[in-house]
Design a protein around this ligand. Sequence first.
Ligand SMILES: C[S@@+](CC[C@H](N)C(=O)[O-])C[C@H]1O[C@@H](n2cnc3c(N)ncnc32)[C@H](O)[C@@H]1O
Length: 320
Amino acid sequence: MIHDTHHIPVLLDEVLSLLQPRAGGCYIDGTLGGGGHTAALLDHSAPDGKVLGIDTDIQALDRVRVRLSSFVESGRLLLVHGNFAELASIASELGFAPVHGILLDLGFSSDQVEDAHRGFSFSVDGPLDMRLDQSLALCAADLINTASEQELADLFRRYGEERRARQLAHRIVRERAKKPIQRTTQLAALAAAGVAYKPGSIHPATRIFQALRIAVNKELEHLESVLPQTLEVLSHPAEEGNRIVVISFHSLEDRIVKEFMRREGRDCVCPPHLPVCMCGHKARLRILTPRPLKPSIQEIESNPRARSAKLRAAEVLVSS
Ligand SMILES: C[S@@+](CC[C@H](N)C(=O)[O-])C[C@H]1O[C@@H](n2cnc3c(N)ncnc32)[C@H](O)[C@@H]1O
């Protein structure tokens, strides 16, 4: 059902001061969500700046199409149902160039987590779904009920950094032999069984829910794939000052963004033991955030979902 968004854009002032939207500018919001960042980019690039908004969730697009209908009608907002892993081809098929800034605000939105039917939240009962793109074939319940014990343990450890990975995988395999695990609350109860959990501390199901969501949506693979594409899109045609801003919400995402920016921010990427440079790599980015930006205490107080956000930004270098 289409309704207004509940999502509050995170680090909005920081995004605007880094992307510096201006009249005539073209921006890609690869994670449209509720359209909060996009609306601000459009406002700040009036009267003719454009945004290409991409989301893998058709419901998010439907919502924004209504919310920002005046921009859609005027041709300043283009909406595409797609994965940002296809960012370069989506932009090129639409002839959306030159691009002055790209925003990726990773993960899921409040609209998705608050909708019990989407299965992202362990605190409300719903089907164990977790697909950002509901046209995907496999959902979280498929994974939980078919993966081997070893696969589940690996997944919980790798994507959830869960210390009880083996124990939880064992418990899940034992329980699903009696009855398939189909509901969010069923899985949350299994994760919480026997754990002395104090309200206010991290819920015992948090990490395995994160792990399942990352796996179902191939989130880290898509992030690895889009980062080099942002560089290509922002550097053709070569123009000074085009920028990429990425907001991540957990250490696995942030590490990928940090390593990409570090590598592309250096002239030589040879192993340190080599006496002379053999790679010929030239820096293609200037890092604008040597340390990631984090939300202020005031922002976290007014929007607790912002608390784990980290923002990294860089500017494309034009080779001489
Ligand atoms: C944190 S929300 C973005 C919120 C948005 N910035 C706003 O202000 O409302 C992340 C959004 O990105 C979408 N998303 C996540 N991974 C994606 C991907 N690989 N491709 C396209 N959209 C993706 C999700 O469906 C979700 O709507």
